[in-house]
Design a protein around this ligand. Structure first.
Ligand code: NAD
Length: 436
């Protein structure tokens, strides 16, 4: 099939490359000329494990190409995916769908034959109807069906998630669109991926419900971690104790500094807004968003305590800046709340991240970026691990201790073993486990 992907960001590029890998012909269109130029040069503008190989293989096979011109992309297309950003709208937290509607308008203006337009972007319920209105304004007689097909991939494991999804949700009530979508996803159906056909509104809301539920799970275990600390219990064991119950499941039960990233913060806020607009407020999700926001900055208090009660004139080493490992994505990363709080308490920050330092430098000021974890630890009064990159899991603890001014480690991801840290002479604070 001939597929056009509008937006070559984390979702559009991964989806486009994977569709091409399944044998479809894919043209990725992006308005960012620098991004398109870099892709045409064989350079991948984001860090996503395995993506470079898939892109290179499919470009070489002639199944994947990149352009800034929508007309090039639409010439042969039977189906057009919209995978542009839907950030929080400034001021009110609603999802900003202006990029989606702009893309829809451009498609409508350029369309010359029947098309299926699919929103892969995360969009509020009713956006499909909005797109139809835009299309009716620019090309009233065009045969264009609008489908919702939300994406559930995780950055850092995006290719595996796209190729082996737990499920595919397709929202349409149009027979022709349903057939086209079945052909698009035929290779995955052969891989036994469950395909759920729903109404368009159901598909739109399913995505928000999924993200809000996962954000709730994380926030729940974070609150249990706080309680575990007070009563002398161990949250990791509690997570295992409840997670082995199939009704609960073990995933998203890792206590930490609060969720961040390109989806959960903005999607929970957008769901809260939609729920209020429709007169069915979600008090659970409202509380989750509020608790999570406060949690991120409160992490600084642990570091202040670990450094003896004050950070004035002291240096804090930071390991990990991205919102999770295996991505360079800094959107709403907990580090963006924790580091300014440490700086406000008087600390000088030395930080390291394997992939995120370039993006972080644009978002944080007054931070010294280091060449490795030991450099970040040098002469620091405390070292805080914010993102659990593998490279931090097996550090040479003797070397680390020698680099630090004071042997204090605040582990916000429970990566290290408390007894081992104590044996090495560290003052070690983690999340929801007894301090040593
Ligand atoms: N990142 C994730 O892990 C993830 C997972 C699931 C769903 N989503 C959703 O997918 C959507 C895209 O997210 P992302 O992380 O890929 O965003 P992104 O910012 O990485 O990419 C969006 C791209 O769209 C391009 N763009 C904007 N307007 C355009 C237009 N009119 N024509 C062509 N290109 C245009 C931008 O230049 C950019 O390259 C969002 O709605 C997001 O919520 C993201």
């Amino acid at each position: 099939m001939h597929i056009t992907m509008i937006g070559a960001g984390y979702v559009g590029l991964v989806s486009g490359a994977c569709f091409a890998d399944f044998g479809h012909d894919v043209v990725c269109v992006d308005t960012d000329a620098a991004k398109v130029a870099s892709l045409r040069d064989g350079k991948i503008p984001i860090f996503e494990p395995g993506l470079d190989e898939i892109v290179a293989r499919n470009v070489k096979a002639g199944r994947l190409s990149f352009t800034t011109k929508l007309g090039d992309g639409l010439a042969k297309a039977e189906v057009v995916f919209i995978a542009v950003g839907t950030p929080s709208r400034r001021g009110d937290g609603h999802a900003d769908i202006s990029y989606v509607l702009a893309a829809a308008r451009e498609i409508g203006e350029a369309a010359t034959k029947p098309l299926v337009i699919v929103t892969k972007s995360t969009v509020p319920v009713g956006t499909g109807d909005e797109i139809e209105k835009v299309l009716a304004g620019v090309k009233p007689k065009a045969e264009i069906s609008v489908v919702s097909n939300p994406e559930f991939l995780r950055e850092g494991a995006a290719i595996e998630d796209f190729k082996r999804p737990d499920r595919i949700v397709i929202g349409t009530e149009d027979e022709r669109a349903r057939d086209v979508m079945a052909s698009v996803y035929r290779p995955l159906k052969l891989n036994q991926a469950p395909i759920l056909f729903t109404s368009r509104r159901t598909a739109e809301l399913t995505k928000y419900a999924a993200n809000a539920f996962l954000a709730t799970k994380i926030t729940f275990i974070n609150e249990m971690a706080d309680l575990a600390e007070k009563v002398g219990a161990n949250v990791q064991e509690i997570a295992r104790g409840i997670g082995l119950d199939n009704r609960i499941g073990g995933k998203f039960l890792h206590a930490g500094p609060g969720y961040g990233g390109s989806c959960f913060p903005k999607d929970t806020l957008a769901l809260i807004k939609t729920a209020r607009d429709f007169g069915a407020p979600s008090r659970i999700v409202e509380t989750v968003a509020d608790v999570n926001e406060k949690r991120k900055t409160s992490m600084a208090d642990r570091v202040i305590a670990a450094a003896g009660g004050s950070l004035k004139g002291k240096t804090v080493g930071v390991l990990g800046l991205t919102f999770k490992p295996n991505t360079d994505d800094m959107r709403d990363a907990p580090s963006l709340a924790i580091i300014p709080a440490l700086q406000a308490a008087g600390a000088k920050i030395q930080a390291h991240d394997p992939e995120g330092m370039e993006a972080a430098a644009k978002l944080l000021s007054g931070v010294t970026f280091c060449n490795g974890p030991y450099e970040a630890a040098k002469d620091a009064s405390a070292l805080v691990l914010i993102t659990e990159w593998d490279v931090y899991r097996a550090l040479d603890l003797d070397k680390l201790k020698a680099a630090l001014l004071a042997p204090s480690i605040v582990d916000l991801r429970n990566v290290y073993v408390p007894a081992e840290m104590a044996a090495k002479g560290f003052r070690y604070v983690s999340i929801g486990r007894p301090a040593v």
